[in-house]
Design a protein around this ligand. Sequence first.
Ligand SMILES: *Cc1c(COP(=O)(O)O)cnc(C)c1O
Length: 395
Amino acid sequence: MKIYADNAATTKMSRKAIDTMIPYMEEIYGNPSSLYETGQRAKEALESAREEVAAVINASPQEIFFTSGGSEADNQALRSAAAFGAKKGKKHIISSAFEHHAILHTLNRLEKEGFEVTLLPVHENGIILPQELEAAIRDDTCLVTIMTANNEIGTIQPIKEIGEICKKHGVLFHTDAVQAMGHLHVDVKEWNVDMLSASAHKFHGPKGVGFLYARKGIVLTNLIEGGAQEKGKRAGTENVPGIMSMAAALKEAAEGIDKNMAHQSALRDRLIRGLSEIPHSALNGDQKKRLPGNVNFCFEGIEGESLLLLLDDKGICASSGSACTSGSLDPSHVLLAIGRVHDVAHGSLRLTLGEDITEEEVDYMIKSVKEVVEYLRSFSPVWRDLMAGKTPFIL
Ligand SMILES: *Cc1c(COP(=O)(O)O)cnc(C)c1O
């Protein structure tokens, strides 16, 4: 059996998303800034994609800025809020300890440029407390940036409450919705968000394309200077095939969202139940307030990397921590943020299900993980010490 269970890293493009691209490479390949017919047709198509994307998140088309993906949208949102804040002498930013590196590394840069950053704790369940956010807001706070759902443990944040608090205090609010888009209902008005980031390859669109929503009235700072594309806020000839494909993928995801959420969360819960039977294991993050396809476990006494290699032999594509951190020996900052100690955090496994996941596949994953964990423990010196009582069990 072959199972792709790493949909938080990237997703397979949908047939519709692939088919949508082709005419914009073969026929309507003109530059949207050109005045002749094929250019103008590309321009019209681009504006129709903007309308489609806007409609899905309850925004207006003028509030959508196409980017090269989630990282760029995150960088631009933070840079824009920082520039706006600096002008008013407000140089304090609030975020959380388990954001994506596109946020955390940009915040590090901003700190070097004189900004002060408060990272809120995400607690054991992987969710921030709105009252702690409110208490952290100061007179000089210019931005709150909190992700909608975490990419490793899938936990969903109280975005609507955060939006209300930010509005009440007159602080800009950005959310990295890369993991949520296409998988949860997103409504920028209901949530009171000022800026939001998304990326096509996380919802069955192509890689290298995404968008930033910026509420009317927000002044964006350019990361890329050049031509007047995207209202002068993001220079460079638009990735028309990618953008068209992204819009088609998003529309498709939005149409199937209720059905997919119900199907995936039922199988997610089955997978969680099955893996919980493994002794000295623990689910990471809240059991219910998590993405419909996210399962993340820690198993004591084993190494996540070996687990992945052996699962690969069984045809299962999984992840330990995030793709960006695997390859380094540092345990995931997300698992540390929810209080897992280093040794336990090293033995983590993330399985992120696709919309087409079946019960049979879930049962195969449960069986395979059980076998692999047992096998790895059979010759793990850490496990031997735990069993001999030389070191205490944590899980
Ligand atoms: C994948 C991801 C990103 C980065 O998006 P890219 O399009 O790959 O740059 C940012 N934030 C989160 C939460 C993600 O999961």
